[in-house]
Design a protein around this ligand. Structure first.
Ligand code: PAF
Length: 282
């Protein structure tokens, strides 16, 4: 069934009021649209766990540090609504810019520490934009639960910390990364890859799998990292922004997996920035 599309905050609040009064749980899946199977797996998780499910679509200007990237971000609302039909969600919330950032908007949520590394070091202000919009979405939707992909592992940890620090009573669930058959992590940005780049893109995940196996065999990290970066560059990646092993909880840098750890990478291929991460565990 097509979900009602809500564009105004007051209509959203009127919609959720009876649910809240009835003590129903509200699961929210925040997205920027261009929905793929990764997003749909989050919707499935929300449907399984919650009485009511809201999907949000908002291409959040505050988290883009490059105007061209914002301009080029895929916008496919009609297709997105169609893909959601089979899930019978309770509402699709698609606020316009002024609903989110009305005239005179002047607040920002900053999560320190976790945001200074990895993507945060390469995209100044990006995670302030994410934390701000996600805090607003949690409050606007009265979410009891929210569902995020582990594909954006740093984002997931930042959102968890933000909700905890601000006493926002939304339980943040991390769900496994969904991959294409060749291992490429699903992402809305994959739509921007040329046919040729699409063939090369899974190399990132392949290199990360190879590195993880070697790390678990006890190989030292630095030479593995150097060799993997070289191979990626030879394959056609123009820049590897980072390829690092970090602790799951506080994202501190590791060279041996002495604590639960992940290998995380960001790399540019034919003008598209790809990110991925995998658990370093046997
Ligand atoms: O992961 C995304 O699509 C976005 O960063 C999010 C969480 C919807 C906030 O705009």
């Amino acid at each position: 069934m097509p979900a009602p599309i809500l564009r105004q905050l007051d209509v959203l609040r009127d919609t959720t009021l009876p649910w809240r009064l009835a003590g129903e749980t509200i699961g929210v899946v925040p997205t920027m649209g261009a929905l793929h199977d990764g997003h749909l797996s989050l919707v499935e998780a929300a449907k399984a766990a919650c009485d009511r499910v809201i999907v949000t679509i908002f291409v959040n200007p505050m988290q883009f540090n490059n105007p061209e990237d914002l301009e080029n971000y895929p916008r496919t609302e009609h297709d997105d609504a169609r893909k959601l039909e089979r899930f019978n969600i309770d509402a699709l919330y698609v606020p316009d810019g002024p609903q989110m950032y009305p005239d005179g908007f002047s607040s920002k949520v900053t999560v320190t520490g976790l945001t200074d590394v990895l993507c945060g070091a390469h995209r100044p202000g990006h995670f302030d934009g994410v934390a701000t919009v996600v805090a607003k979405l949690f409050l606007q939707t009265s979410a009891s639960d929210a569902f995020f992909g582990e594909k954006d592992f740093q984002q997931l940890q930042i959102v968890r910390r933000m909700a905890r620090d601000l006493d926002i009573p939304t339980i943040v669930h991390g769900c496994p990364t969904i991959r294409e058959i060749d291992g490429l992590a699903m992402s809305s940005r994959n739509l921007l890859l040329s046919d040729r780049a699409r063939v090369t893109a899974p190399r990132l995940h392949e290199e990360m799998e190879t590195m993880t196996a070697a790390i678990l065999d006890g190989a030292p990290f630095a030479p593995l990292q150097e060799a993997a970066v070289k191979r990626l560059e030879l394959a056609g990646f123009t820049k590897v922004e980072y390829l690092e092993m970090r602790a799951n909880d506080d994202l501190s840098l590791l060279d041996t997996p002495t604590r639960p750890a992940r290998l995380l990478a960001a790399a540019w291929l034919a003008g598209v920035r790809l990110i991925d991460n995998i658990a370093v565990e046997a």
